[in-house]
Design a protein around this ligand. Sequence first.
Ligand SMILES: Nc1ncnc2c1ncn2[C@@H]1O[C@H](COP(=O)(O)OP(=O)(O)OP(=O)(O)O)[C@@H](O)[C@H]1O
Ligand SMILES: [Mg+2]
Length: 244
Amino acid sequence: MGVSVVLRQVTKTYRVGDGSRVWAADSVSLDIAAGSRTALVGPSGSGKSTLLHLIGAIDHPDSGTITVDGQVLGDLAGAGLARYRAGVGFVFQQFHLVPGLSLLDNVYAPMVGRRRLVNRRGRALAMLDAVGLADRHRALPSQLSGGQQQRVAIARALVGRPGLLLADEPTGNLDSATAVEILDLLTRLQQEFDTTVVIATHDPGVAASCDDIFRVADGSVTADPDAPDRLAALLGGPRRAVEG
Ligand SMILES: Nc1ncnc2c1ncn2[C@@H]1O[C@H](COP(=O)(O)OP(=O)(O)OP(=O)(O)O)[C@@H](O)[C@H]1O
Ligand SMILES: [Mg+2]
């Protein structure tokens, strides 16, 4: 099941070389509905990746609260925090597959410590099949195209059935036709698994495929109020109706 994500007054600063501070997130409040797809758009250095890292609890805010599925992340520590992180899927611009592992082992990897999961190899194969690469399961990442590697990365991110998928520029290294394929794949899998998806992107096509768009600038976030209308125009009608 997709989870809701709520940020309230979230601030994250980094100290840089000369002792000054960068406000990577500046009192950010935003709401992401369970099962929705949300885009974070904005120029380089505006704070998109920072927000994904905070939501994924890879990094911690200086102040403010992040609540995912009713759970305040700041209350988590130790095993609870590890469990939360393990329950979030990540997809990156550079794919980040493990070079020495086969595709199957790359997808299997997030399940290594999870002995109670039944049929982990079968799950990994099924996930590779869902992204159209089951027949290549013995191949190494270096033997694949960029788009194929991103398919594997998506399979790896979703194999544990996360309620939340965080994607940082998932189409940033792909040509536009391949980007559309990856987007279609994400859409199909998001519907199948009912996952909440948050995507940091420079790609207007990716943003237009989202239910909500937040604009990030200098660590501040504003909702794009035109997003639903623009979507409707792009799709020739209300999105929900198109989806049936
Ligand atoms: N670990 C860090 N140490 C110091 N400053 C950082 C760190 N991580 C991010 N920053 C700074 O925080 C700001 C936001 O960075 P962030 O990576 O979130 O931007 P972004 O919107 O993802 O950019 P891009 O589109 O280039 O990926 C930038 O000014 C960046 O230099
Ligand atoms: Mg970034």
